[in-house]
Design a protein around this ligand. Sequence first.
Ligand code: SF4
Length: 242
Amino acid sequence: MSDTINLIIDGKQISVPPSTTILAAAREAGIEIPTICFHEATTSNALCRICVVEVEGSRVLVPSCVAHVSEGMKVQTQSDRVTRSRRTILEMLESTVDLSDAPEIQTMIAEYKADGERFPQAKSRVSTPIDDNPMYLRDYAKCILCWRCVQVCAEDAQYTYAINFSSRGYDTQISTFYEVPMPESTCVFCGQCVAVCPTGALKPKRQWLLELGHTPDEIMDLTRSERRNRRRRVEVPSNDQA
Ligand code: SF4
């Protein structure tokens, strides 16, 4: 088996090792393909489909984050069909999710001229922010179900399994098992889920309080006292008390 695969992306001849994804090959050649659910630290799942490309001979558009290169492949990353598909994905996201804290997606919306009014009947994702721990807020009205947080909480990083999907279809959302409050779950508050969230659906508590207009001193007081109270609530009883 050859240790190099030759392909053409956007008219450019490229040689990469076998098992390289189209996305990685394109990036190596300086060709940018937009991504949303893809993250270097997580396993690619091709959930958002924004990275689709047109491959000659393929009936359907191909998600470049998971599709591997093959010898003689001809790829177009910006064809009309690709552009239309990406625009529609962005329009569906804009119609249903609060993207106010997702600057990268907003940039894509402008770049692809996505019309947020295209689906006027679309049902917006409605959810009250969940403030159940001293470390971070969960506002699932901003969640695009990219799966990144679930992955870093599981095999991609932490092996904690505190969060996963719950429900089905439109009602699908990220949740703890049995929807218990985060401090009662297996969460160790490592912060990795917050770090990989692309939309502000998971936000550090102190950032949230700052945005609400609290001063740094107030924020320190608020989060310190909250941590103290929670520590008291979860104190393990001594042998005498048990
Ligand atoms: S909470 Fe954030 S990281 Fe998790 S699925 Fe939603 S958008 Fe993705």
